[in-house]
Design a protein around this ligand. Structure first.
Ligand code: FES
Length: 163
């Protein structure tokens, strides 16, 4: 009568099988971990598509326009101290508008649209005012959310944010 002994040490084949299984599991964990990292939302703070801290509210004098190329917006401080952030993209066909301080206007080099200091159309073919980004004043700093593009027909005082 033969008797099987289940307490025998593992043979070479079982050992290799177990090693291959362990390596497969490790590879699966690595691929899974890398996939999870890739699927995480990217942080875009400080650049277009994220939240941009423009700087202390006091550093922008009333009646000024400051360009933030990385955020793709102009920060406007109106004469009464209110803030407005306008997207630099022309509402006609999307070219980048330039601020012309000597003319007190934004000008689009593509088809000559012009916008006044608050972004309203001063000269077509642009069909509407420059788009806005929400502005808030947090701990004395101007914060612009470039992830939230807001369209408008023209400027209204309600669009201004105050410190
Ligand atoms: S894209 Fe600006 S005027 Fe046409």
């Amino acid at each position: 009568m033969s008797q099987q002994n289940n307490t025998l040490p593992m043979n070479r084949r079982d050992f290799l099988k177990m090693g291959a299984t362990a390596l497969s599991l490790l590879a699966a964990l690595e691929v899974g971990g890398a996939s999870l990292m890739f699927m995480q939302p990217r942080r875009l703070d400080g650049v277009f598509g994220g939240v941009v801290t423009a700087g202390p509210a006091d550093s922008f004098p009333p009646g000024s326009v400051t360009h933030f190329p990385d955020g793709r917006f102009y920060l406007i401080r109106a004469a009464d101290g209110g803030f407005l952030a306008v997207y630099q993209r022309c509402t006609h066909l999307g070219c980048t508008v330039n601020w012309e301080a000597d003319q007190n206007r934004f000008f689009c080099p593509c088809h000559a649209s012009a916008f006044d200091m608050l972004g309203s159309v001063a000269n077509p073919p642009a069909p509407r005012a420059l788009d806005l980004f929400p502005v808030s004043i947090t701990d004395g700093s101007v914060v612009v959310n470039t992830a939230d593009i807001q369209t408008r027909d023209e400027f209204t005082p309600a669009q201004l944010a105050y410190a």
